[in-house]
Design a protein around this ligand. Structure first.
Ligand code: NAD
Ligand code: TYD
Length: 336
């Protein structure tokens, strides 16, 4: 049975992938430091079916103990600081985890001769695009401290492949949504604010466009790449579902039967990327993967899930409130 070392497996996408990998017969060793975004509750139904190490990827020694003991075949690297707004407030932690932490994993994977390293990057490394779509060989032009740190992670992975022969596959997924997403990202923020009848903040004019990928589809793409992807290659993972932020917000308010008067246009995010859009011909052609979930179906399932799991969301609320105070204060200061 193939042993997968999954970093960041207590996070939103990582936990979805872990459940799929376990159901598909893989053995999973999970490494996660359980930051504010990590929560083993996401894996409550899989408890006892995977090994867990509470370890920080910035800690080389601790990671080395795990590699020595577990002798994994493959690393699937999700662990990261992931939110653009937080990266604007506190870039340092993004550089440390996303760059230094990834370096530790590349180095150990080289030393312990791993068979495969799947590097989860993001479409945000390309920067934004007014028209057309990004291909895997488009230039990287990241615009936020988050995307710049992910571009550095991506480029260092490429260097480890070219210089040391690390068998790496690089994946660049678009914006994910679905159950269990930490309520700091757009879709769960709108759900939680609307449920409390609080103003729903839209940055700028709401015309920014994202390509929304249902998380189960993303996890399936990663598993299929693990089985069929070519080492040394890069694959975009997108859905072709492009939506303006304002359309996403209105769709959620409509499902929740909440008034559009809750919408509040606020000062724009500094450096706000206008549009992301991916060409996914390569993953379709080489791996045979294509996103399945329609947006109306995915957003309905997501909203229902949050309604049914409101206790989990509420358990995050006090930490979120102090975070929101910081973000909104920062935005207001920027306005002066
Ligand atoms: P998340 O924020 O929900 O989870 C991140 C996980 O990493 C958490 O469990 C956290 O505890 C863990 N972690 C953070 N720092 C760590 C450290 N120093 N050591 C060990 N563990 C640490 O993230 P997500 O949304 O599930 O994203 C997973 C990956 O996918 C990330 O690499 C992200 O850049 C990428 N990605 C995310 C999206 C998206 O829309 N969410 C889109 C494209 C790519
Ligand atoms: P987000 O979910 O933070 O993902 P990313 O910045 O990685 O794309 O944001 C998605 C879009 O929604 C982005 O254009 C910023 C916007 N946004 C808002 O308008 N209001 C909010 O409260 C948040 C969190 C995001």
């Amino acid at each position: 049975m193939q042993r997968l070392l999954v970093t960041g497996g207590a996070g939103f996408i990582g936990s979805c992938f872990v459940k799929l990998a376990l159901n598909s017969g893989y053995q999973v060793i999970l490494v996660d430091s359980l930051t504010y975004a990590g929560d083993l509750e996401r894996l409550k139904d899989a408890k006892g079916h995977f090994k867990f190490y509470k370890a920080d990827i910035r800690d080389f020694k601790k990671l080395e103990e795990v590699f020595k003991k577990e002798k994994p075949h493959t690393v699937i690297h999700f662990a990261a600081e992931t939110h653009v707004d937080r990266s604007i407030l506190d870039p340092a932690s993004f550089l440390k985890t996303n760059i230094e932490g990834s370096y530790n994993l590349y180095e150990l994977s080289k030393i312990y001769n791993l068979s495969l390293f799947i590097n989860i990057i993001t479409d945000e490394v390309y920067g934004d695009i007014k028209e057309g779509k990004f291909h895997e060989d488009s230039q990287l032009k990241p615009n936020s401290p988050y995307s710049a740190s992910k571009a550095a992670q991506d480029m260092l992975g490429r260097a480890y492949h070219r210089t040391y022969g690390l068998p790496i596959i690089t994946l660049r997924p678009s914006n994910n949504y679905g159950p269990w997403q930490y309520p700091e990202k757009l879709i769960p923020v709108v759900i939680i604010k609307a449920l409390q009848e609080e103003p729903v903040p839209i940055y700028g004019d709401g015309n920014n466009i994202r390509e929304w990928l249902y998380v189960d589809d993303c996890a399936e793409a990663i598993l299929m790449v693990l089985e069929k992807g070519r080492v040394g290659e890069i694959y975009n993972i997108g859905s072709a579902v492009e939506k303006k932020n304002i359309e996403v917000v209105k769709a959620i308010l409509s499902i929740l039967k909440k008034p559009e008067s809750l919408i509040q246009f606020v000062k724009d995010r500094p450096g706000h990327d206008y549009r992301y859009a991916l060409n996914t011909d390569k993953i379709e052609r080489e791996v045979g993967w294509k996103a399945k979930t329609r947006f109306d179906e995915g957003i309905e399932k997501t909203v229902r899930w949050y309604l049914q799991n409101i206790d989990w969301v509420m358990s995050k609320l006090s930490a979120l409130r102090s975070y929101w105070d910081r973000v909104y204060q920062f935005m207001a200061k920027d306005k002066e």
